[in-house]
Design a protein around this ligand. Structure first.
Ligand code: ADE
Length: 252
């Protein structure tokens, strides 16, 4: 099974990093089938215009609906012909934006189970609202935010989301165990890790890790995860657990 990805952007070169490293290998191995489209190819005036000033006034420019419906129509036309059940295959459309639902590991998992994802990269002050309606009548649409900060456009968000999704595909990461023992897979942050030398710069690796007592190591790591989560991401813990871990009540 391979995951088809379509990305529409006015900066197709921005997606070049997807040829590198793990994701590039997944493409060469046929696990990912990536197609990048230039939105300007769907603007038909002499200047290939994709934006215009906002109705009602205000700063910046808004992306015009026409090129977007044409580009997304072109993506939709790549779908396999209707099956016997007359259900045509359509992608789930992801529109990255700071006003979206937070993108999480849980959402990355959900998306990794789909056969086809399309990404619409907005720029400027955003895409004409009617494009969301138009798309929503033709395919599932999710507006997803990378976090509570503003990027210049959706491209960097797509790089992050595609990497988070692609590494969950069977065969992309050789060591499947490295996927489950990670931050955000079970609600706690990861424990600290160490490698040789056992002393470096006057700093020792915690004794418990050198001892080979696997139960003790597991208990230490669990405690570290709770402490670290309480310090850095108390929002991930139930309120009482967060306060007791921070005040050291977990220590005996
Ligand atoms: N585009 C602009 N800002 C963004 C964000 N925070 N997340 C996703 N896409 C964006």
């Amino acid at each position: 099974r391979s995951l088809r990805l379509d990305v529409v952007s006015i900066f197709p070169e921005y997606l070049a990093p997807l040829d590198l490293s793990l994701i590039g290998k997944a493409r060469r191995d046929g696990l990912i089938d990536l197609h990048v489209h230039d939105l300007r190819d769907f603007a038909h005036d002499r200047h290939r215009t994709v934006d215009d000033s906002p109705y009602g006034g205000g700063a910046g420019m808004v992306m015009k609906p026409g090129p977007w419906s044409e580009a997304l129509g072109h993506v939709l036309a790549q779908g396999s012909p209707p099956a016997e059940d007359h259900q045509p295959r359509v992608p789930t459309l992801i529109i990255p934006g700071p006003g979206g639902e937070p993108f999480t590991q849980q959402i990355a998992r959900e998306l990794s189970e789909e056969p086809w994802l399309a990404f619409a990269c907005g720029r400027y002050e955003g895409i004409d609202e009617r494009v969301y309606e138009w798309a929503g009548e033709r395919m599932p649409v999710r507006v997803l935010s990378l976090g509570d900060y503003v990027l210049n456009g959706g491209e960097v968000a797509v790089l992050a989301m595609v990497e988070a999704v692609a590494r969950l595909l069977p065969g992309v990461i050789g060591n499947v165990e490295s996927l489950v023992e990670e931050s955000h897979e079970d609600g706690l942050l990861e424990y600290p890790v160490y490698t040789k030398p056992a002393e470096w710069d006057g700093r020792a690796v915690p004794d418990v890790l050198l001892g080979g007592n696997h139960r003790a190591i597991a208990a230490w790591r669990r405690e570290q995860r709770i402490q670290r989560t309480a310090q850095r991401r108390p929002d991930l813990l139930p309120p009482t657990a967060a306060t007791s871990a921070l005040s050291g009540l977990e220590e005996r």
